[in-house]
Design a protein around this ligand. Structure first.
Ligand code: NAD
Ligand code: DAU
Length: 357
């Protein structure tokens, strides 16, 4: 079957990106999905081993910071659309090494915008759909809430970590290309995701891994900080909907309406893990260890996703209890994946899969 759309997804070997790639490859056999990923420590082709042989899927290893590479790739492939997820994504790493975040999240995004602008102005003669640049962003750009209130699309930006400042810059640049050059863009800002294939430096997978291995579970400060958790497959569904139905030039907030204090969330996870591992109730909680707080730690994030719900009809498909259960089950069933990503063995997966092609 000939493809009717060439879509570039960046960062498709990462946590959220792999769910988006899997969904698009499976649900849209008429689209040719290209996954461009540098395979940093967070990128892992094992995340897509069920997708890699699909006839509408192509993996490209490359760095969005490399302007020449990006320009040549777009000139050759003339994509019809971009869904941009590639980023440095961990707040703690941005505190120790901000420059990586400036390069990938800001310079990399500008490289993609410039290449996208060229293709949009000079499209493939076989293109059947108008060009679209979809930028995937975060609720952290809005800063930190007090005890009440929700982030709306109109909330002023107030980023407070090098990570959120780099994402805020990229958001502004995406909107600037729309206003200045009329590049067709759409954007979404999502709250904290959780689910399968989550890299175990982030709170939920780190806690699952440590509880499983009877290691301390580090809770920053007093554990009073609040996050709004969304199951990753519901984020991927929102991205699918916004990509197909979102209004050009608009941004959509995506969130779980599911706020948890870190300490309450960790205690819930300890309970779930005790049951799964047949431990006496209260055993895993003993692993909770309060540690020095993250510098500049944002107190509370919470999203108002009513625009997405009312205008495009999105809603989360699972409750938090269901999502957490699925997540814990996945991590316990995929010990090899966990061992590979914590030991760095996943790099070998790339060599194994692509060295003889
Ligand atoms: P992740 O760190 O798991 O994955 C990032 C991917 O980008 C990796 O596969 C990595 O190899 C790739 N990458 C990094 N630098 C690159 C470069 N220079 N060139 C090409 N590829 C590169 O991140 P994630 O958690 O899946 O987040 C994906 C996107 O969603 C990010 O833009 C992030 O800001 C945003 N986001 C994440 C969350 C969340 O809770 N994880 C919430 C809202 C928004
Ligand atoms: O809100 C969306 C953002 O969510 C995304 O843009 C980021 O890419 C993603 O990493 C995530 O950022 P957070 O900083 O909120 O996620 P993290 O899992 O690192 O931390 C969640 C909360 O748990 C936060 O308040 C810090 C705390 N924490 C984290 C770790 C890793 C701990 O208490 N202990 C830990 O060991």
């Amino acid at each position: 079957m000939p493809f009717n759309r060439k879509i570039l997804i960046t960062g498709g070997a990462g946590f959220i990106g792999s769910h988006v790639v899997r969904r698009f490859v499976k649900n849209y056999p008429q689209y040719h999905i290209f996954n461009l990923d540098k395979l940093t420590y967070a990128g892992n082709l094992e995340n897509l081993k069920d997708t890699s042989e699909a006839s509408n899927y192509t993996f490209i290893r490359g760095d969005i910071v490399d302007q020449t590479f990006i320009d040549e790739l777009f000139a050759v492939e003339k994509f019809d659309a971009v869904i941009h997820l590639a980023a440095e994504s961990h707040v703690d790493r941005s505190i120790t090494n901000p420059l990586d975040f400036i390069m990938t999240n800001i310079v990399g995004t500008v490289n993609l915008l410039n290449a996208a602008k060229s293709v949009w102005q000079n499209p493939n003669s076989q293109s059947q759909t108008p060009f679209l640049f979809y930028h995937v962003s975060t609720d952290e750009v809005y800063g930190s809430l007090g005890k009440t209130g929700l982030f709306k699309e109109s909330t002023p930006y107030d980023p407070r970590s090098p990570y959120s400042a780099s994402k805020a810059s990229s958001d502004h640049l995406v909107m600037a290309y729309h206003h200045t050059y009329k590049l067709p863009v759409v954007m979404s800002n999502c709250s904290n995701n959780y689910g399968s294939h989550h890299f175990p430096e982030k709170l939920i997978p780190l806690a699952i891994n440590n509880i499983k291995n009877n290691k301390p579970v580090p809770v920053y400060g007093k554990g009073e900080n609040v996050r709004d958790w969304l199951f990753v497959e519901d984020h991927a569904a929102a991205i699918d909907l916004i990509f197909h139905k979102g209004k050009i030039g608009e941004t959509y907030n995506v969130g779980g309406n599911n706020e948890w204090k870190n300490i309450d969330l960790i205690k819930l996870l300890c309970d779930v893990m005790d049951k799964k591992l047949n431990r006496e109730r209260g055993t895993s909680e003993k692993l909770i260890t309060y540690v020095t707080d993250r510098p500049g730690h944002d107190l509370r994030y919470a999203i108002d996703s009513s625009k997405l719900q009312n205008e495009l009809g999105w809603k989360p498909s699972v409750t938090f209890e269901q999502g957490l259960e699925k997540t814990v089950n996945w991590f316990l069933a995929n010990e090899e994946w966990l061992n590979n990503v914590t030991s760095g063995n996943y790099q070998h997966y790339y060599e194994k899969m692509y060295s003889n092609r």
